[in-house]
Design a protein. Structure first.
Length: 637
């Protein structure tokens, strides 16, 4: 029998002695089942049923457990080393028992990989072999692989790495497809050698070519008690299933500059890239959730000639390194290098084109959806510019604008995000927790309110009113109802006519709001409404917006004074009060005023003034609401 799988299962597992005792490492239990059994089941599930087990320490115990493999739906043979000769040495001794091309697995990894897809990929290249790669959360102590634009292996960077070295986060996952005839010529027969550290570099030095297969699927080393426990937790939480190719995956797409890292105009040097506060921790949360973390960025600096593709690769290697230091990673980075405008000194002519991949076009998203089997419906786009938001909309994703980088103030496109967050950490908390909480609380209300014409959403400043309104719009859209949000800040009086201490109603042109609400309530025909958008940062009216309101559309008026005026209350079919804990509210207010550029003294003076003339009457207005909503989330950052 010739085997199509070799499993390197000869390890003693000295670091696992507290769990395995005298048993060999491949017999360590994951959910009461040896990891080697998990691997054999994986192979069998994908049609690889002729397996060679390459053993050394504790071989008799493994043979006793698995026998000839019939009980596990496979055929097993055993190749036993008298003494350990390393992964390459053990494989060399088994080559006569292998097919011309075969899979190699390591006995100390748990994997949920589509082996058939991996094999089909390899069959299109048929070089010396294909290595499975993935980013991981500890690249600093992993063997890293450098590849070219076609996915061919350029260089192996084994651990430990040289001080100060920065490499892309592409980790050798210890799963290969290799060519027997080529290996026989490369692996020495008389000494201890390692596949990753010796054989692969030797193959490249001999002029052979190795391809790589990069996948977000789950494969983890379980060679220490901590890693063993982590793998078991991951399995029980469903993480391997979520990352598998058996169903569409969920993803969060991140813009790069201004969202992940500090905005630098025409960033062209790795040293210019620095992460924004909290970014690595936020991305790590996405990694641990089972959602894919995908970078998606326009980089016209390449077309301009400011940086080469190789230079861009080094920039993204620094991004990988900075994220990796805090246990985070991007599953994939998609880049548009084009720019349609010509006339720059040193520009790259072939890249000066109008393309489908440059945001706000959705071409890169479409490519990611195709390559990674992503569900658009459940995925998100997070960015700092209107280009990001429009691209996310066109790609069919929910969108979040962060108030870092441009904070939406590029004003290139007239588009509203679904949600706004102060920073990436808040955006990720909303994606992972807040959105589901809000949907659960507001869905029953929305189901009872599809025949409403006007809805009022009130509450104190920074309590989450606009968020509640946005969630309602999302739900109504799911129910086939068109809804519009009219922010009451659009009817704020001019700054010179607003004075602290006169009360919240004195700061708004509520008569105009009431007229609009009455028109909405009584109109049986479609009409257009023009209103002014208020710029919170500049604290003034900024731009005009027009909305077309149909006779069956729902209009949501949201703002601080929404539940304070009796005439406005009379126009409403539904009234919602939004509340939040005082500590959370104060933290949000500080973030708000810091973003506006106000100093602490000015901020505290304004807050103390409004605590007297605004907060108390607004909180009292909760009694006038049909529903009171609190979207407080436990802060687990």
């Amino acid at each position: 029998m010739k085997c199509n799988v070799a499993i390197l299962a000869g390890g003693m597992g000295s670091r696992l002695k507290s769990r395995t005792g005298d048993l060999p490492k491949p017999m360590a239990l994951i959910n009461s089942q040896p990891v080697l059994e998990h691997q054999i089941e994986l192979c069998s599930r994908h049609g690889f049923t002729k397996i060679a087990l390459l053993l050394c320490y504790g071989s008799e115990k493994i043979k006793e457990y698995f026998g000839n493999g019939a009980d596990f739906g496979v055929e097993l043979i055993y190749v036993i080393e008298a003494e350990s000769r390393g992964t390459a040495g053990a494989l060399f001794d088994a080559l006569d028992a292998m097919d011309d091309r075969f899979l190699v697995l390591y006995g100390d990894t748990y994997a949920d990989i589509d082996l058939k897809a991996f094999w089909e990929f390899d069959s299109k290249h048929l070089t010396a072999g294909t290595l499975l790669l993935h980013p991981n959360d500890h690249p600093q102590d992993s063997d890293l692989i450098e590849i070219d634009g076609d996915g061919a292996l350029i260089e192996v960077h084994p651990y430990p790495h040289t001080d100060g070295a920065i490499y892309p986060n592409l980790v050798n996952a210890a799963l290969y497809i290799l060519d027997k005839k080529i290996l026989k010529k490369i692996i020495p027969s008389n000494r201890k050698t390692d596949l990753a550290k010796n054989t692969f570099p030797d193959l490249l030095a001999a002029g052979e070519k190795l391809y790589t297969y990069v996948t977000p699927e789950y494969i983890k080393d379980m060679g220490t008690p901590e890693r063993l426990d982590k793998v078991e937790r991951d399995i029980n939480s469903g993480l391997p299933e979520q990352l598998s190719s058996r169903q569409p995956r969920t993803a969060v797409f991140f813009d790069r500059d201004g969202t992940l890292n500090v905005e630098v105009n025409h960033l062209s040097n790795p040293n210019q890239l620095n992460l924004l506060d909290g970014v690595a921790q936020a991305v790590r949360k996405i990694n641990r959730s089972g959602m894919l973390a995908i970078g998606i960025t326009n980089q016209p600096v390449v077309a301009r000639g400011d940086v080469t593709f190789e230079g861009l690769k080094k920039i993204h290697a620094r991004l990988d390194s900075l994220l990796g230091k805090d246990g985070a990673y991007l599953d994939r980075m998609y880049v548009c290098p084009h720019h349609p405008d010509k006339g720059f000194v040193g520009e790259v002519q072939e890249l000066k084109i109008k393309c489908r991949c440059r945001k706000p076009e959705a071409g890169l998203f479409d490519l990611a959806v195709q390559e990674l089997n992503i569900s658009r419906r459940n995925s998100w786009m997070v960015g700092d510019s209107t280009s990001d938001i429009l691209a996310g909309r066109r790609a069919g994703l929910r969108t979040i604008l962060v108030r870092t980088g441009y904070a939406g103030r590029d004003f290139k496109y007239s588009v509203d995000p679904d949600y706004i967050a102060s920073n990436l950490a808040d955006a990720v908390d909303w994606i992972l927790h807040g959105h589901a909480i809000a949907m659960a609380k507001l869905m029953p209300i929305a189901l009872k309110s599809t025949n409403c014409r006007t809805i009022l959403v009130g509450g104190v400043s920074r309590s989450g009113k606009s968020t509640v309104a946005s969630v309602l719009v999302e739900i109504f859209n799911l129910l086939g109802k068109r809804a519009h949000i009219l922010p009451l800040d659009s009817w704020l009086k001019a700054s010179e006519k607003r004075h602290e201490g006169v009360g919240v109603l004195g700061r708004y042109m509520l008569d105009e709001v009431i007229d609009v609400a009455k028109k909405v309530a009584s109109s049986s025909q479609r009409f257009s409404l023009n209103y002014t958008l208020y710029d919170r940062k500049l604290k003034q009216a900024q731009s005009q917006k027009t909305v077309s309101i149909g006779p069956s559309d729902i209009v949501i008026f949201e703002g601080v004074p929404a539940l304070l005026d009796s005439h406005l209350l009379e126009t409403a079919n539904l009234k919602i009060y939004v509340d939040i804990g005082d500590d959370t509210r104060m933290s949000r207010l500080k973030d708000e005023y810091s973003w506006r550029g106000e100093n602490v003294e000015s901020f505290m003076k304004k807050i103390m003034s409004r605590e007297k003339d605004e907060v108390s009457p607004i909180k009292d207005s909760a009694n006038k609401a049909d529903y009171q909503i609190n979207l407080e989330m436990k802060n687990d950052r």
